[in-house]
Design a protein around this ligand. Structure first.
Ligand code: HPA
Length: 238
């Protein structure tokens, strides 16, 4: 079976709160995706869903095979990819818990590509159509979102030092470990891409905070009902 929409979710979201129609064990030229691909039914529309960190949350960010994940979704006919993930806030005014739909990203530390044997240079960007659709869904549900902002991807698995966050906060608004990789590969596969980010902590040193990963995970579990609700509404209307 095929799906036009793909969803990759991260820390905290192991299901989408939607009916699972089928679970597929897929193999790609890059290996297996992080999890079986679930075909879910969202208000009559099928979507293909991958859990980025694996079914038991055992794959750390720097070990995720983003190529296998994106390739698997592409092979199912996915044209629009939504990435759900946990981030830290780089700005005091983006106060956790919050939801951000970023409009750009920085990822100088890790650049994934499908183009190892041909010369091709995509120009990265996020999809205005999907971003706008996600914002409309948030409005329909009465969930406030920060619309716009720059995501910076760090490598992980460790969190950032205070000095790193001081530097990154000059150029970006939220920090996470995955969106840059997924956005780049999706664009290489000519998919529309947008991210919806659950702000689960202040990044190291912002507002004097010292983040702790267990705390971030626990906040991510609490907060992601809102991001998932927005995505479900979007897919229903897509
Ligand atoms: N840094 C990097 N990634 C994250 C953070 C953070 O503070 N919070 C959630 N994901």
């Amino acid at each position: 079976m095929r799906a036009r929409v793909g969803i990759i979710s991260g820390s905290g979201a192991y299901d989408l709160g939607a009916d699972v129609i089928e679970e597929m064990e897929l193999r790609t030229p890059y290996g297996h995706p992080s999890s079986k691909v679930q075909l879910v039914d969202i208000g009559g529309n099928p979507a293909a869903f991958i859990r980025r960190h694996g079914p038991e949350h055992t794959i750390p960010p720097h070990m995720i095979d983003h190529r296998a994940n994106i390739y698997a979704l592409h092979s199912l006919g996915v044209e629009a990819l939504i990435s759900i993930g946990s981030v830290g806030s780089l700005k005091e005014e983006i106060k956790p818990p919050a939801v951000v739909i970023p409009d750009d990203y920085i990822s100088p530390f890790r650049v994934d590509t499908f183009f190892d044997t041909e010369v091709s240079h995509i120009t990265p960007s996020m999809s205005e159509v999907i971003r706008k659709g996600l914002k409309e869904s948030a409005e329909r549900l009465g969930i406030p979102v920060h619309y716009g902002g720059t995501y910076v991807q760090t490598l992980g698995p460790r969190l950032e030092t205070k000095a790193e966050i001081r530097m990154l906060s000059q150029f970006a608004d939220i920090v996470g470990m995955t969106v840059g990789s997924e956005a780049t590969l999706a664009k290489e596969m000519e998919m529309e891409f947008a991210a919806i980010c659950s702000v689960d902590n202040y990044a190291h040193g912002i507002g004097g905070e010292v983040p702790d990963f267990q705390q971030i995970l626990s906040n991510a579990r609490k907060n992601q009902e809102r991001t998932k609700a927005i995505v479900r509404d979007f897919v229903e209307r897509f």
